[in-house]
Write a protein of this length. Structure first.
Length: 96
């Protein structure tokens, strides 16, 4: 059986930013993707996310309310490594 998919809900999408709420059931994943824009992630939950990319898999401990930034071009598949739902807000910074 394959892992469930994470559920994205776009909250804002205009010429400058796209804001998406991501919700992950335990084991849910985004699927492989490439980030077209630089982005900021603000975790809504404290827990761990696993990311699989070109250099292998890494697991990152995230804290609710503690944001992080990544440049455009990141390629990975993100998976909820917790036994509970994990959620975050992703803010993509569009080129203007």
């Amino acid at each position: 059986m394959s892992d469930p998919h994470a559920v994205p809900t776009v909250k804002v999408d205009n010429a400058r930013v796209r804001v998406t709420e991501w919700r992950f059931a335990p084991g849910a994943r985004t699927g492989p993707h490439r980030h077209e824009y630089a982005y900021v992630v603000v975790p809504l939950t404290t827990g761990s996310l696993a990311a699989t990319g070109a250099t292998g898999e890494t697991t990152n401990a995230l804290r609710a309310g503690e944001p992080y930034y990544r440049d455009a071009g990141v390629e990975h598949d993100v998976r909820n490594a917790n036994s509970f739902e994990f959620a975050f807000i992703e803010i993509e910074l569009k080129d203007v």
